[in-house]
Design a protein around this ligand. Structure first.
Ligand SMILES: [Zn+2]
Length: 159
């Protein structure tokens, strides 16, 4: 399964390298008041796609990343154990950029060639009590059409 997320640091501010620092556990917590909230938070993601479509990989897809947290999907808990995490630079409630969809789609097309992926979900789908990303402005139809993956991989979003 692939889990789509959104993140920006500070939230809603784009273009810095703070997210990369955060995923590398190198965030300077004094750089912004919000970062104090993240002091005890360890997060990693397999991939991160910036606003301009730039793709950065942090974790091998053959290893587990820590992106999902407490989560469940179809009665299976701990989604980190069976998913690839992709973070989009963004904020729930905000739209995403065209180049981000392009990069995401080609990445996911490639991933389905190598791994037996059957589901594309949002973080909000597997941890609905805690998480709202990637949010309602994420265009699942555009993503599905450009990656060319079957509609049945996308929950019942298009019914
Ligand atoms: Zn998330």
């Amino acid at each position: 399964m692939v889990v789509i997320h959104s993140i920006s640091l500070p939230p809603g501010q784009y273009g810095s390298h703070q997210v990369e620092s955060f995923f590398l556990s190198q965030l300077d917590h004094s750089a912004h008041p919000y970062f104090n909230n993240l002091k005890d938070t360890k997060v990693s993601s397999h991939f991160y796609i910036k606003r301009g479509g730039e793709l950065i990989q942090f974790v091998s897809c053959d290893e587990r990343a820590w992106h999902a947290g407490e989560s469940s999907f179809k009665e299976r808990t701990q989604c980190n154990n069976f998913s690839i995490g992709i973070e989009l630079e963004g904020l729930e409630g905000n739209a995403f950029e065209e180049p981000q969809y392009e990069t995401l789609s080609s990445l996911c097309s490639s991933l389905t060639l190598k791994y037996p992926i059957q589901h594309f979900v949002g973080h909000q789908d597997i941890a609905p009590q805690r998480k709202k990303d990637p949010g309602e402005k994420f265009n699942w139809k555009l993503f599905q059409q450009s990656c060319g993956c079957p509609e049945k991989y996308f929950l019942n979003r298009f019914d």
